[in-house]
Ligand binder design. Sequence first.
Ligand code: ADP
Length: 411
Amino acid sequence: MKILVLNSGSSSIKYQLFDTDKKDVLARGMVDKIGIAGSSLVNHRNDGDSVKLVGEIVDHQVGIEFVLGLLVSAKHGSLRTLNQLDAVGHRVVHGGEKFNGPVLITDNVIKEVEACADLAPLHNPPNLKGIYAMQDILPDVPQVAIFDTAFHQSMPDYAYMYAIPYTLYKKYGLRRYGFHGTSHFYVSKRACEILNSEIEGHKIITCHLGNGASIAAIEHGKSVDTSMGLTPVEGMIMGTRSGDLDLGVLTYIIDKEGIGVQAANTLINKHSGILGISGVSSDMREVIRAAEEGNQRAQLALNMYHYRIIKYIGSYIAAMDGVDTIVFTGGIGENSVITRREVCKNFNYIGLELDQQKNENLRGEGIISTNKSKVQVMVIPTNEEAVIAEETMKVVEANKVYVMNQKLKQL
Ligand code: ADP
C-alpha cells in the first residue's frame, strides 16, 4: 500500500509517503510558514533528490495541493498518479475519552474530533484542517486518524483523575490524558522485539525527551501512567514548558504581575522550562554547551531537568512494583549521553548498571546497560510516522467493505 502520513500543525504540514509492501519511505517533506510570508515546500525523495519551492501558501488546503502535486511531478515525484495513493493517515493530538485506538475518518469521527478541540485548542484545529483539505481534494481516498492520547486510555482512573470536584470531570472531561502515545507505543514494542521478549509481563518505562517531553509506565504493553495530563504542560521540565508546578505559583504571578489567563498560559508554555531557567536557549545542545563553559543558570537548568526525570522514573518503579527496561527516545533521549548518564546513576539501588562506553558510543538503537545489569537500559529512535502508516493500513484493511462503498458513492 502507498500511504501518505500527515502531521498538520498551525503553520506547517509534515508528511511522509510510505510504501508499506516494501517497508520503505518513498518521500518526506514539509510545508512551512503556511499563511505567513516566505512559505515553502521542501521534499526529499528516497533516491537523494531534494527540492525546495518557495511561494504563497495561504492555507492548509493550498499546502496539501502543493504536496500532492509534487508527489506526482515528473521530475521530483514518487508516484505516477494520485490513484496510486491507497490511504492517508493523520496524526491527531487529542482524542479525548472517545478514542482508544486509530479510526477510519467518517463524518461522525470528524464531529467527535471537533468536540475534542476544546481540550487541545492549539493542536486539534490544525489537525482538522489537514483532514478537511484531504477530504476535499481526494474524497475517495480512505483517511485514518491516529491519536496521541489513545495509547494512554488504558490508564486506571486513580492515575488519570485530578483531585478536583468530580462534577468538573463529568462536566468538562477534566482529567489526565497524556500525549506522545504513538511514540511510547512504538519504542516499548520495539524494545521487546530487540530483547526478544514477550510484551506480556514486561514492565517498561519509556522516556520521550524532545522539545516536549513525557515519561510513561507501561505494563503488559499498556500505558498505566504518564507524565503529561489534560494538556502537554504537565510533568517533565521541557524546552519552554514548566512541567509540574504548584498552582499557587500561577495564581501568585497572575495577581502580582497583573496578567490575564492567556498571558499566564503563554508564560508556562513558551517562556519557562529549560529556556526560562537558563536564559540561554530551549535547545538542549546550547544549554549543555553553556553549562560546560561555566554558565551557572544553564547548569541549574540541567540539574533540575535530570532531577525531574529521576523522580518520575522512581515513582513509576513504585507504581509498577518494579521495572525491567528503561527506554530513552526523542532528540535528547536519543542523543544526550549526559542526560542518560545523570539519570541512570540514581538507580544503582535496583541493580541498574549503565555501560559508560556503550552510552557514549551507541549510534541508533541498542542496549546501553551492562550484561549483568538487572534493568535493561535502551536507546530507541522513535518513529511515529511508521506507526501511523502501519495503523492506517490495518484500519483500511479492516474496513474494506465500507471503503469500497464510499468509493462507489463517488462514481
Ligand atoms: P521535537 O519534540 O520538536 O520533535 P526533538 O525530538 O527533535 O524535538 O528534540 C529536540 C531536542 O533534542 C533539542 O533540545 C535538541 O537540542 C536536542 N538534541 C539533539 N541532539 C542533541 C545532542 N547531541 N545532545 C543533546 N541534545 C540534543
